[in-house]
Design a protein around this ligand. Structure first.
Ligand code: ADE
Length: 234
């Protein structure tokens, strides 16, 4: 049994299964570090039309996901150690710290909303945590779940090979954005690799990288220098 188990409850399984079969995620599965399952609430309906949504009480536009199929879908995979995470714009906004927190959970169940959202009682009954991937609205939570899963799975020990590291990169450690990278050729379309990187002087290289990091952070994300973002929830 893989050490980490991730379940996604969504009306659009196809949006995730292809993605789980590629690249890093595929490798994590092959190495038995993570197991993925996708659960469709439509499979937990009991009417001939397989109805998963209904009109909102109180009126208004849009549809709301019905509680029964959704709760049954979640409960079909729920265990005492599960952490149930709802994907919704109302959640705490994803940060590297939140990704790290989720990477330490053995069993995650991501619940993806659709239409105007889910019946509030599903949240009260089963949801532990709500996460948003940013201040914009997607048509459903499946892509948002994929983003969160991608950010967290690469932090599970053993998922990234020795060739890449999650320790020395943007949003970790010193809080600065990453410095620019170069590889061969040395001369490309009139542009040269900065001389210092060819010097072999490791102290000078480290200093150049630190200066680049500070400068790009000051220009692109001055908010990161003012103590960072609050991810304590709201
Ligand atoms: N569902 C719709 N919009 C979303 C967002 N920004 N984050 C997470 N889930 C969502």
């Amino acid at each position: 049994m893989a050490h980490h188990s991730i379940d996604v409850v969504t009306l659009f399984p196809g949006m995730l299964t292809g993605y789980f079969g590629e690249s890093m995620l595929k490798r994590a599965v092959t190495r038995e570090l993570v197991r993925f399952r996708v659960i469709n609430p439509r499979d937990f309906t009991d009417d001939p039309h397989r109805t998963v949504d209904d009109r909102p009480y109180g009126g208004g536009a849009g549809m709301v996901m019905k509680p029964e199929p959704l709760v049954r879908a979640i409960e079909s995979v729920l265990t005492p150690e599960s952490r149930v995470v709802l994907m919704a714009p109302q959640g705490r906004v994803l940060t590297q710290a939140i990704a790290g927190e989720l990477a330490s959970c053995r069993h995650l169940i991501f619940v993806c909303g659709h239409y105007e959202g889910i019946d509030e009682r599903v949240k009260v009954a089963l949801v532990h945590d709500t996460v948003s991937i940013g201040d914009y609205v997607l048509t459903n939570g499946a892509l948002a779940a994929a983003v969160v899963i991608d950010a967290m799975v690469r932090l599970i020990p053993g998922v990234l090979g020795a060739e890449s590291s999650a320790e020395e990169e943007s949003f970790t450690g010193d809080g600065y954005l990453e410095y620019p990278h170069y590889t061969r050729p040395e001369y490309f379309r009139g542009m040269r690799v900065p001389e210092v990187l060819l010097s072999g002087n490791h102290a000078a290289i480290a200093q150049w990288r630190r200066e680049q990091s500070e400068s790009i952070t000051r220009t692109m994300r001055p908010d990161l220098l003012r103590g960072g973002r609050d991810d304590s929830g709201r």
